[in-house]
Design a protein around this ligand. Structure first.
Ligand SMILES: [Cu+2]
Length: 576
């Protein structure tokens, strides 16, 4: 047994230096243990009190600290009043889909009063990731950071920051979100927009009843801070900026990037970014600065309601260099407007993998299987099984739906992984998820009718896959893949042209991500090697679109060698 002390692991929020006693084996990394107790806790924001699900009574929940290559064992005890699962977002989980978490994809839910122990196997990830509930809308409050430091003896590929600041972006509804979910399942309508964005669970002092809770962080002139930014929100992309300061992005989705210094970032739900902040305001300048998180949204029509708010937190200089304490400056010049698509695209297209000797990029140069996948918002008949219930509150009295290649994913009654592993898969899912939209080329499905189905894509071990998402809807979609990171080799506006557009691909240093923001009326292309056997969900990270079916599943078959096979099924998997 040894005690590893993590340098710079001082979360200003907690104000403590973390040390952890762990079993360390130099070859394999350490095994770290956490207990998560799911409980109901009361929260008050915007003058409204409600009961929310939390982990260990906190929202955001506890931060998991680890080093690259460690295994984190988390025992989740469900002391809440509903079924739940937890997902370790961005952790590849090599050969271990059993602990990935999406409900009815890789496991049955953890019932109230029972528990499940997850084995979170870290491998290539380094930087910031996060964990969150992967059932219903529970992740609104059941989420937290995963901080993965370099291996013992290794260093950051940038100047060591003096301190770290967690920035978890989220949303707040005055109502219980799972009540809203039940309502939209019943009515077929859209989910009511959230009432505020939040930074570390606080809307900030521009909102009623919010002044006292506003997240504040103390900084010192001359110091450099590592911001670990997570978009945990359910429905919005967000712009983020800090008045008077620029931001240097050094990682996305726990993979290092070439440092890029910007006035603002755009971060989609599911994404994480490591960002350096230099506290460099000079003598006599204001000592207080707002950080601000504003919705970025694209919509088909102006009459569709959305959350048009901006959450704030405050950066306060505590030394004498910037001593003029006035009201905080607001990032009026650097924070883009809500619908500024060009600003979003301009930021996203600057991201590049670090691609250094220590952190090389391994971009697949040739492709075995190409998939062109239309993203669409659609409708379904209100209730095809009940002719007396013909009126829903979705478009034209239908029910809202969403689809990939015109298949609206339907959760099976038992999880896909167990069905596959037991050899009874074909009673539960169909293996004919299409490689192309019907008709062979991208076509605008608009708000047309779609079909429901549990269609999966089966891949031989080691297949190199290129996925091009073509967004036929009028909003961006943050598409997330479990089990892998992928190289985002290209993006563009309009329809994807398979003869012309691949010429613009970056195959040298594309960013390596687990969630890609697909631009509205445009496309994004990524590549990955299917060398992780298992069952892996792929879905939009806007939660209402998951409910509507903008999902599919990759089943990656075992390879020939023992190391290319899935780990055996743990005996403690929850039962459906
Ligand atoms: Cu979506």
């Amino acid at each position: 047994m040894g005690t590893a002390k993590i340098p710079a692991a001082l979360w200003l929020l907690a104000g403590v230096v973390l040390t952890f006693g762990v079993a360390v084996s130099p070859a394999q990394g350490a095994t770290r243990h956490y207990d998560f107790f799911i409980t109901e806790t009361n929260q008050t924001r915007l003058c409204h009190e409600k009961s929310v699900l939390t982990v260990n009574g906190q929202s955001p929940g506890p931060t998991i600290y680890a080093r690259k290559g460690d295994v984190v064992v988390v025992n989740v005890h469900n002391q809440g009043n509903k079924n739940i699962t937890i997902h370790w977002h961005g952790v590849d989980q090599p050969r271990n889909p059993w602990s990935d978490g999406p409900v009815y994809i890789t496991q049955c839910p953890i019932r109230p009063g029972s528990n499940f122990t997850y084995q979170v196997i870290l491998s290539v990830e380094e930087g910031t990731l996060w964990w969150h509930a992967h059932s219903d809308f529970d992740r609104l409050t059941v989420h937290g950071a995963i901080v993965i430091y370099p291996k013992s003896g290794a260093t950051f590929p940038f100047k060591k920051p003096d301190n770290e600041i967690p920035i978890i972006l989220g949303e707040w509804w005055n109502e219980d979100v799972n009540h809203l979910l039940e309502e939209v399942k019943r009515t077929g309508g859209d989910v009511k927009p959230s009432d505020a964005n939040t930074i570390n669970s606080q809307p900030g002092d521009m909102f009623p009843c919010s002044k006292d809770g506003t997240f504040k962080v103390a900084v010192q002139n001359g110091s450099t801070y590592l911001l670990r930014i997570i978009n945990a929100g359910l429905t919005n992309d967000m712009f983020f900026a800090i008045a008077g300061h620029r931001l240097t992005v050094v990682a996305i989705d726990a993979h290092y990037t070439k440092p890029v210094t910007v006035d603002y970032i755009m971060i989609a739900p599911g994404q994480t970014m490591d960002v350096l902040l230099e506290a460099n305001r000079t003598l006599g300048a204001n000592s207080r600065y707002y950080m601000a998180a504003r919705t970025f949204i694209t919509l088909a029509r102006d009459d569709i309601p959305f959350n048009n708010s901006t959450a704030t937190a405050i950066l306060e200089y505590t030394d004498s260099a910037a001593a003029r304490a006035g009201p905080p400056d607001f990032p009026s010049l650097s924070l883009p407007a809500i619908k500024d698509e060009n600003a979003a695209m301009a930021f996203v297209t600057q991201l590049r993998s670090l691609a250094s000797n220590d952190h090389p990029a391994h971009v697949p140069m040739s492709v075995d299987e190409r998939m062109l996948i239309d993203l669409a918002i659609n409708v379904l008949p209100c209730d095809p099984t009940n002719p007396n219930n013909r009126t829903c509150t979705g478009p034209s009295q239908n029910r809202f739906a969403a689809s990939l290649n015109n298949v609206s994913f339907e959760n099976p009654p038992i999880d896909v992984l167990d069905a596959y592993y037991s050899g009874n898969g074909l009673g539960v899912y169909e293996e004919d998820f299409p490689n192309k939209p019907a008709g062979g080329s991208a076509n605008l499905t608009g708000l047309g009718f779609t079909k429901r189905g549990t269609k999966v894509k089966v891949l031989e071990y080691g297949t190199v896959v290129e996925v091009v998402f073509h967004d036929t809807s009028s909003e961006n979609h943050p598409m997330h893949l479990h089990g892998f990171s992928f190289y985002v080799v290209g993006r563009g506006s309009g329809e994807f042209d398979e003869r012309r557009d691949p010429a613009s691909y970056n195959l040298v240093d594309p960013p390596y991500q687990n969630t890609v923001s697909v631009p509205k009326d445009g496309w994004a292309a990524f590549r990955f090697r299917a060398d992780n056997p298992g069952v892996w969900f792929m879905h939009c990270h806007f939660d209402r679109h998951v409910v509507w079916g903008m999902n599919t599943v990759f089943i990656v078959k075992d390879g020939k060698t023992p190391k290319a096979r899935m780990l055996p099924r743990p005996s403690n998997m929850p039962q459906c």
